[in-house]
Write a protein that binds this ligand. Sequence first.
Ligand code: HT7
Ligand code: ZN
Length: 855
Amino acid sequence: PHVTRRADYTPPDWQVPDIALNFDLDPAATRITATLHVQRSGVHDRPLRLDGAGQTLLSVSVDGTPVNDWVIEGGALILPLSGSAHVIETTVEIAPERNTQLMGLYASGGNLCTQCEAEGFRRITFFPDRPDVLSRYQVRMSADKQRYPVLLANGDPIASGDLDDGRHWAEWHDPFPKPCYLFALVAGDLAVNRGSFITMSGREVALGIWVRATDLERTHHALDALKTAMAWDERVYGREYDLDVFNIVAVDDFNFGAMENKGLNVFNSRYILADPDTATDYDYDAIAAVVAHEYFHNWSGNRVTCRDWFQLSLKEGFTVYRDQCFSADQGSAAVKRIEDVRGLRAAQFPEDAGPLAHPIRPDAYQEISNFYTATIYNKGAEIIRMLATILGATAFRTGTDLYFDRFDGTAATCEDFVASLEEASGTDLTQFRRWYGQAGTPRVTASLLHHEGSGRAELVLAQRTPPTPGQDSKTPVVLPLRVKLFGAQTAGTVAPEHVILLSDAEQRIVFEGVTERPILSINRGFSAPAIIETDRSAADLAFLGAHDDDPFARYEALQQLMLDTLVAAAGGNQADHAAVIAAVAGTIGDAKLDRAFAAEAVLLPSESFIGDQMAVVDPEAIFRVREALRRDIGRALTSEWCAAYDAAQAIGGYVYSPEAKGLRRMRAVALGYIAASGAADSGDLAFAQFEAADNMTDRLSALTTLVAGDAAQRTPALDIFYNRYSDNALVLDKWFSVQAMAPRDDTGDVVRELLRHQDFTLSNPNRARALIGAFGVNQRAFNVTDGSGYRFLADQLIALDTLNPQTAAKLIPPLGRWGRFDAARGALMRAELERIVKVPGLSKDMFEQASRSLE
Ligand code: HT7
Ligand code: ZN
């Protein structure tokens, strides 16, 4: 297989400052004429190379004259040219309705839309499909007017009109030079929710959210979020929107969350459509975050783009950091941080510890779409967050201003970003740069020694990053650790918070004047993406869980207390639940705590996170000890849970506000513990909530509780839910997922049965992920000892690969965890990976993921 290497980067031989595209749209046969104004870059005699994939080439001309001295090599059109500037015209034909990969121009729900990042544009027309070729686009589209009354593209609408034969046309110009991965067009029968935004310089921007007419009422939250995000980027980063129009289109078939095409974002409909009856609080939050994320790309990604795909984290890590800060500003910053760290630990830490580990700036890839990973996105965001911590808010902003100003209109590198921050702040970031090249999660050991007589405390820190594939030895990285010491007796501060920059393999920090025994609060706010190992006792963790004034550290202390208990129990050691129960009681009973925070803080660590702490993951033992602890917490605190449940119920009608969300979250958590306690009436309680709910958050949490247990209401609730929402694809996805994630003995059988359900299809990525993806992360169900879970996943991914390789390849990682389990399970997983690799005609997406997973 062909490997692309970062070290081999060379600038483009030819630039294309201008391109005109003419689309004669038809689902069965779309004709595209592309007129490229090409310019030779530097002095060389190399031909023009235009990437292409899968289209039928009908004609090629140079400066108006048809030519035939071209060749096609690996899909690319190679054209010899004599001068320094030429006009190349190609005409091709493609069939959007047969495009099941959902890359390039494809059909979804009767509409036509595009997805070009990373390398989809080459499936539309011949072009240098690389992000460092920036062009001004003029787009003309024509299509059947009845079927596709709306014609949208990047930039501003210029003109439109009717043709004979029932067709019409529209022309759009984008004045901002952009790489082809940001190209987009949409043709469809769409309704619009229009809004407007006045920018900080007083310009009016026309906003539009385009959806099928029946979904129009579910677009208000996304439109509000867009306006809030536009104002936030002006206030926090000084970034103003630049075009007169900003459109978003929602489509049902999409490989990812959304796409930041210039002035025409295309979204997976799950990140646009919401109303209280069909979307949970989690969905509402995710919609605001994704709308903001794509909008923020207008500067971090579009105005300043990436030189090559190895720089992907330049735009993605930075933009995730920006969207995380945006979301934190909209509600509970503490809960947002908890959710982000939970997500990092669930997806990125295992990736960094497994066969697919890679640095945030990788060195090589076979298929770039396999590198849209938690590492590039989420670890990338943590690295930007560390830079912001190290520099401080003011210098960080000076640095980002310099970066945006200096690289506006260009294709930049991660190095350009770091150098801008370095120059603006005067901070030496030489060692910090190691984060860009080194994979793996650093492990930090921290132990605090106290000499009572002298009032000296010494914090001994050591860091080590375990080897990752291709990187046997690691060097120390810079870890900004926010640290504070509390007095064990007085609960006061004995050393105020400060940031320790851990940059050596080992470091000692001395605190003077520490007259009482200190308790260590470290990595507050999760200031560095590391695994911290401390020797803190259960009592000290309980103390921090009750007193730490950093909410994340407080959460973390409770989690550690729970983890220590669960890992000991899973390893066969006698575990006393009393300390955890007392800590949970103290947390839910602390009226000063925001309910949203309290609800998150009393949740037990996930089964997979418990597994991540063990040398060999034992899914059955983990499940058993976790359920036992849940049951004991439920039983010991019955009256507290009932009180918490009732208190949360007293909100009245549905509102989407941070407070109301917190109460709903607490109600869901309380219901879960009441059910875990084995209370005889918990089925009735859950079913009553399910029936009375005036919103999806409460309805789905009740359903989740019912599906987990054996109450008589389980099947009726599933049926009622299905019948009520059978015409809503996004809610049906939840119906599939809740069953695939159920902590039940029969989940594997249920999932196999659901494959045959009339509403199951592999051709819709959301549906495939809802069933197959969700099952793959159900640790206990997926890892049953007979290997049937592995076989099931492999079978489905092999089938999905023939339709949509990108979506299939992203679901491989659960099979790559073979090294984390016992030898028997490991062998069964490897056998499935080996079977996948040998499938004739396997996509390069799947081949790369499966073969690397075997290493
Ligand atoms: N930048 C976007 C990436 C994306 C994508 C990548 C591969 C295949 C399909 C895709 N759709 C969108 C999304 C983002 O990070 O904003
Ligand atoms: Zn992004």
